[in-house]
Design a protein around this ligand. Structure first.
Ligand SMILES: [Fe+2]
Ligand SMILES: [Fe+2]
Length: 312
């Protein structure tokens, strides 16, 4: 069982006489000036209002002497971009703990596979009130060195899974009558197993907040994304006819398969779906996904982005 700070205080109080209650300081005392959070309110029909902190894309680049030279060189070059990832992750976790908020992370917590990255992630989540979805980088040995598919993911899946607090393929956590459903779309597709497991979550009949790494295609988000980068949109489920001008390698990578097209058509019709939280783009965006659900893309945690969310 995981404890949030309030549970921790209650557990501590149960062990003490009232006159000798300990002063419980935040579990982490990180510097919140490292964050530039946006405050949002999401109406989901919770039985009681509650808070969450949502971040994504921390891109830890940690190595030690257990890694080979090639990996150490990769870390050195990536640290130039992502050097603040760990301290800004700590700041976000501290903010969540201070506010008794659920800590949500939607992937690319690490930049590449390494002993030190996985061990650090495991230690940071221990005893926290957290829920996550995986990102594409959670399984990257070296970046872009191979076709990224289920076979590639399988090479590091067990190591990654041990480090994170919930199932990285599909997981559910119910908070105050709201079903948080984290699912794997890290390589721009969902598998039939993920689709089936998501359908079972809808059967629970609760309002759903979905977490995934790669944002889901909508015409408005596509327009923005392709305006920022003419090579491709980096979204799950872009219709093939919109990919004509993509870089051929990116078209091959991001072309949705039949299951993914079917899944997204189905998801748009699910009236229990109220919100989607995701990342991957490293910039903020909010907009309608369906008649009932808004999609919230959070910017990169390594640069200080975060959502502070009031769920009501
Ligand atoms: Fe990322
Ligand atoms: Fe990503």
């Amino acid at each position: 069982m995981q404890l949030n700070r309030r549970d921790f205080i209650k557990a501590s109080a149960g062990l003490c006489f009232a006159s000798s209650l300990p002063t419980v300081s935040p579990l982490l005392a990180a510097d919140e000036s490292l964050l530039k959070p946006q405050k949002i309110r999401i109406e989901v029909g919770a039985t009681q209002p509650f808070k969450a902190v949502h971040v994504s894309d921390s891109h830890f680049c940690l190595v030690d002497d257990r890694e080979v030279e090639r990996k150490k060189k990769l870390a050195a070059s990536r640290l130039k971009h992502f050097g603040d990832g760990v301290k800004r992750f700590d700041a976000a976790m501290a903010l969540a703990q201070k506010n008794d908020a659920l800590f949500l992370h939607t992937g690319d917590l690490i930049d590449f596979t390494s002993h030190k990255n996985y061990e650090t992630v495991n230690a940071k989540f221990a005893g926290t009130y957290s829920f996550v979805s995986a990102g594409n980088h959670e399984y990257s040995h070296y970046l872009g060195e191979a076709k990224e598919d289920e076979a590639y993911k399988a090479q590091s899946f067990e190591r990654a899974q041990k480090a994170f607090p919930n199932d990285l393929k599909l997981a559910s956590k119910v908070v105050n009558g709201v079903n948080f459903v984290a699912f794997d779309d890290v390589y721009y597709y969902v598998t039939p197993e993920v689709f089936k497991a998501f359908q079972a979550e809808v059967e629970k009949g609760l309002p759903i907040v979905a977490l995934c790494h790669v944002p889901l295609h909508t015409p408005e988000l596509f327009k923005l994304a392709i305006g920022k980068n003419s090579q491709c949109a980096y979204l799950t489920g872009v219709p093939e006819e919109l990919m004509k001008d993509f870089n051929p390698g990116r078209r091959e990578q991001q072309k949705p398969d039949a299951t993914t097209v079917e899944f997204l058509d189905w998801l748009r019709e699910q009236s229990l779906l109220k919100a989607i939280l995701c990342g991957h783009l490293h910039y903020y965006w909010q907009g309608a996904f369906s008649k009932t659900a808004t999609q919230y893309v959070v910017g990169a945690n390594y640069s200080g982005a975060a959502y502070e969310i009031d769920f009501v």
